[in-house]
Design a protein around this ligand. Structure first.
Ligand SMILES: [Zn+2]
Length: 163
């Protein structure tokens, strides 16, 4: 196991578009293991490969205790509810801040799993929020770009659900 350094806002890599994964090489498998370890260590609930400096379309999400860590490769949001929910978000790449963002209440996601098998599923509420946040990372977007006016605030303690 090895932990990887999480890139912080201001690092230009966070603004780049990540590339599709064609082949899940041993190197990328090792990256996924390291991403899981890094996210657990930092107490986050989601992480995109670009956040550890690798421009590949790989994200991991830990929406709740039961689901464990979900690995999504080349994730796409193919449908989103019109209904939007306003909730607070944090990001491991924007240390020490939280802010409110509108996200769809539910989404339909198409991706490949850890075995490069095609999957499609519905996600709701917090799980949907984390996936939207991570897919934004793959497109060079940070939640601070979308934060509702006047809601970005500095926090003292990590709340454990940063992504
Ligand atoms: Zn983030």
């Amino acid at each position: 196991m090895s932990l990887r350094a999480v890139r912080q806002t201001g690092d230009p890599i966070l603004r780049k578009e990540s590339k599709e994964v064609i082949d899940l090489t041993d190197r990328l498998k090792e990256l996924i293991v390291d991403m899981k370890d890094t996210m657990k260590e930092l107490g986050g609930c989601g992480l995109a490969a670009v956040q550890v400096g690798v421009l590949k379309r790989i994200i991991i999400c830990a929406p709740n205790e039961d689901e464990g860590i979900v690995v999504l490769i080349n994730p796409e949001i193919i449908n989103a509810s019109d209904e939007l929910i306003e909730d607070s978000e944090g990001c491991l790449s924007v240390d020490g801040y939280r802010g409110k963002v509108l996200r769809p209440k539910s989404i339909v996601v198409k991706a490949k799993d850890e075995n490069m098998k095609d999957i499609e599923f519905d996600a709701e509420d917090f799980f949907a929020r984390v996936i939207c946040h991570e897919v934004d990372h793959l497109n060079g977007v940070l939640y601070t770009d979308k934060v509702l006016d006047g809601t970005l605030e500095e926090i003292r303690e990590e709340s454990g659900d940063n992504a």
